[in-house]
Design a protein around this ligand. Sequence first.
Ligand SMILES: CC(C)(COP(=O)(O)OP(=O)(O)OC[C@H]1O[C@@H](n2cnc3c(N)ncnc32)[C@H](O)[C@@H]1OP(=O)(O)O)[C@@H](O)C(=O)NCCC(=O)NCCS
Length: 147
Amino acid sequence: MDKFIIRPAREADFSAISTLVRSTKINPTGLKWQRFIIAESSVGKMISCGQIKTHLDGSAEIASIAVQPEDRGQGMARVIIEKLMLNASRPLYLMCRFELGKLYEKFGFYAIQTKDMPPYFRRISCLASLVDLLAREGTTLLVMRCD
Ligand SMILES: CC(C)(COP(=O)(O)OP(=O)(O)OC[C@H]1O[C@@H](n2cnc3c(N)ncnc32)[C@H](O)[C@@H]1OP(=O)(O)O)[C@@H](O)C(=O)NCCC(=O)NCCS
């Protein structure tokens, strides 16, 4: 990867963030640009993004991790995840498709059972519509925690 910077998102980045997130199969809700950081190339292209969401039950979630398709496999998710984790409180939670568990294990996350989830994650992980959707795609949802 050529030169890039990591910086807090600005309002003008919202369109690029939304386009990238919506082009993937990740949760498109709660895209508040104020919570995001982005990696930006030397020519001003948004390469990758991510955010920390705080839920009403007080739990914090690392979310919306996404990298432009042409920039994947070059550590551009890693730089966003590491930067977000540097400033985040613990425990930190996330939700991902089962097959991405290996990615997040590299950062100290481990899968947790329903009984150990904060209320927000318990509620989402039990949503029948989401469970059905993932099942149709041949996968399941993982909720992970980092202490
Ligand atoms: C998943 C995604 C964010 C990975 O981005 P990336 O820039 O290719 O990832 P990186 O190059 O930073 O990889 C970081 C580490 O995770 C590993 N990794 C990357 N993708 C992986 C995958 N699909 N499964 C398992 N491990 C993976 C890499 O091997 C790398 O390990 P290393 O640092 O020990 O070599 C990217 O493919 C993407 O945007 N996908 C669509 C959106 C999405 O699914 N986001 C995840 C939401 S939970």
